[in-house]
Design a protein around this ligand. Structure first.
Ligand code: ADP
Ligand code: MG
Length: 610
């Protein structure tokens, strides 16, 4: 009996392995440009033809390679960047697997010219399908020129599956942007079919982002800066009014590497909560630095997904920092003096924060013009600073309510609220499309419209879930939605729960969701957004806040269904909302435990005039 197992020839093994590293022209661009960054280049030029299908060339002025190294570079597992496994936890380069050049050379025609500063002559290598065709000395500047032609020439199946030039060019541009944004100090050019698309001089982060995203971006960027032991953050978030309907302008970089991270993404969106309409996405460019041994970038071959040691705490710090930056922005918008120190409200449901090094001036008092340390309660000093005070209050109640709540848990008994006030109740008005203001005998009632509506819908939904068990509105035509297979699976896991809210599913298979009935009050147009949110929560292991799955689902659903900040309300709608709110069992808190309204008493007001 003869043996049947044999080792694959190298070029076949390389070709198979290439499938993992090189999916499309953009993957080649990423690897080559990252190699140039790793080589210490200060100027990189990327030139592609036909969306990379015929040519991808990267020219850098980095340190170059010796004659021998130029040859070695194309061997599998040939890298100068790590030598032992432990080095993986102290990476300072983009690459480390030593696979990229070997993979590219297995499936394309590659030419490499490279020269080091100390050598008189450079070296020129031509490789086709893993075979060295020629190697000879050449006159070439210091640095490396690598040219990849006819990608997938020997893998017709792959070539066939390439998308249109537009789509492939888009993917290349994305990769170029990511590297360019991670390394603003490097000058970067990008040409397509000899036509210059970008020419970005070495600059600051802000300049680089504006250079890529366009001039208007500049005015929309709110800087963010935070320094803790676990994590430091710099970068920008987009002002809420510049949020976009399409996804896209959301960038995380960790230790100079572009990454995708759903959980951290959620932290940022959570910080924007109540400031954005449901159908728009916040913009952010966030540069995170974490200790090198606290992050594992080795879990994905193309390295855009990473794993952190301490994700829950990173979540909390990130969310607080973004909130803080948003607060600072409103602060400045209100024309206050800039104040760099500001309290960061941490609230993690699980665990405690490990000694974040945040400087907090607890005695900070924005109205203390002579800068003397006074406590917050000393705010109400009898000096006349009314306009600022008012602005401060608006900021305070709007953006920083959690910390406010901790310090002054001043709830009002709800039953007696409107006694004797029938006549005054007609004079409701809306402030900043966010608050409903209602005069009362005892003072002023300020209701957060978004949270109030969340509370109302939440109690309705819970009632349906527990008492009526899913009242549905039957759809005339079934609603068909497409998701990724694992997303549909996530929905299927909680199918029963969803059905108890009123959903009726006709199909929850593969990537298809067909819906025949919806919960009452849920508009058809809101369904896909809502299910997306539900999927996201299912897929992420978010802090549970000690609530049941039913309550959690209800909270997610109402967050999507409720009227948002920014929506104008008619007087009747406001009246209805306030009536419904105070018919709730727990009107004072939103489903996620935030304050729904505050009461400014007459005494409170009077003290500001004293
Ligand atoms: P990795 O980047 O993971 O080490 P690659 O296959 O991308 O693996 O590259 C192999 C080696 O070739 C690198 O470790 C580096 O030493 C060398 N190299 C590749 N590209 C360049 C370049 N543009 N300039 C200098 N050296 C390079
Ligand atoms: Mg590399």
């Amino acid at each position: 009996m003869s043996e049947i197992i044999k080792l694959l020839p190298d070029h076949v093994a390389n070709q198979i392995a290439a499938g993992e590293v090189v999916q499309r022209p953009a993957s080649v661009v990423k690897e080559l440009v990252e190699n140039a960054v790793d080589a210490g280049a200060t100027q990189i030029t990327l030139s592609v033809k036909d969306a990379g299908k015929t040519l991808i060339q990267v020219i850098d002025n980095g340190k170059g390679m010796s004659m021998l190294d130029s040859r070695m570079a194309f061997e599998r597992h040939a890298t100068s960047k790590i030598s032992v496994a432990d080095d993986l936890f102290n990476l300072h380069t983009k690459g480390f697997r030593g696979e990229a050049l070997a993979s590219v050379a297995a499936i394309a025609h590659v030419s490499l010219k490279s020269k080091r500063d100390e050598d008189d002559l450079g070296t020129h290598i031509e490789i086709e399908g893993s075979k060295v065709v020629s190697q000879e000395p050449v006159v070439t500047p210091v640095g490396t020129i690598i040219t990849v032609r006819n990608l997938f020439y020997n893998v017709p199946a792959r070539r066939k599956f390439l998308k249109s030039d537009n789509v492939e060019l888009r993917a290349i541009t994305d990769e170029f942007h990511r590297v360019a944004m991670a390394h603003p100090q490097i000058g970067m050019r990008f040409l397509h079919n000899d036509h210059e698309l970008f020419n970005l001089p070495g600059s600051s982060y802000r300049q680089r982002i504006v250079g890529i995203m366009g001039g208007k971006t500049n005015e929309s960027l709110i800087p963010i800066e935070e320094e803790t032991e676990l994590l430091s953050i710099t970068g920008f978030i987009g002002k809420p009014e510049f949020a976009r309907k399409t996804k896209g302008l959301q960038y995380f970089f960790v230790n100079d590497r572009f990454i995708k991270h759903n959980y951290l993404h959620h932290a940022v969106t959570a910080a924007f909560e109540g400031l954005l309409r449901n159908d728009v996405n916040p913009t952010y460019f966030l540069y995170l630095t974490v200790p090198k041994d606290s992050v594992d970038i080795n879990i994905h071959p193309t390295k855009t997904e990473v794993k952190f040691d301490d994700e829950h705490n990173l979540y909390a710090i990130l969310r607080a920092s973004v909130k803080h930056a948003l607060g600072q922005f409103h602060f400045n918008a209100l024309d206050f003096e800039k104040e760099p120190e500001y309290e960061v409200p941490y609230d993690v449901a699980t665990g405690t924060i490990k000694s974040p090094r945040i400087e907090v001036n607890r005695a900070f008092n924005p109205f203390d013009t002579d800068n003397e340390s006074t406590s917050r309660s000393a705010n109400h000093t009898p000096t006349y600073r009314a306009p600022q005070q008012q602005a401060w209050e608006a900021l305070y109640t709007g953006l920083d309510e959690e910390s406010h709540m901790q310090q002054e848990p001043e709830y009002i008994p709800t039953a007696s609220l409107f006694e004797n006030e029938q006549s005054q109740r007609t004079s409701l008005f809306q402030l900043q499309r966010k608050f409903i203001i209602s005069p009362m005998a005892s003072g002023l009632l300020v209701v957060n419209q978004n949270r109030a509506h969340e509370r109302i819908l939440y109690e309705q939904l819970l009632k349906q879930l527990t008492v009526q068990n899913g009242v549905s509105q039957q759809l005339l035509f079934p609603l068909t939605l497409h998701y990724a297979v694992e997303e549909v699976r996530a929905l299927k896991n909680i199918q029963e729960l969803l059905e108890s809210t009123g959903f009726i599913f006709k199909s929850l298979e593969n990537n298809l969701v067909e819906i025949e009935g919806l919960p009452l009050d849920l508009k058809e147009s809101a369904v896909s957004g809502l299910l997306e949110a539900v999927i996201k929560h299912e897929q992420q292991d978010l802090p549970a806040h000690g609530i049941s799955p039913v309550e959690r689902l209800a909270a997610i659903m109402v967050a999507n269904m409720a009227i948002k900040t920014g929506e104008q309300l008619q007087p009747e709608a406001m009246q209805h909302m306030v009536d419904m709110l105070f018919a709730c069992k727990e009107p004072a808190l939103s489903p996620t435990g935030k304050k729904v309204f505050i009461n400014i008493t007459g005494d409170n007001l009077q003290s500001k005039f004293d």
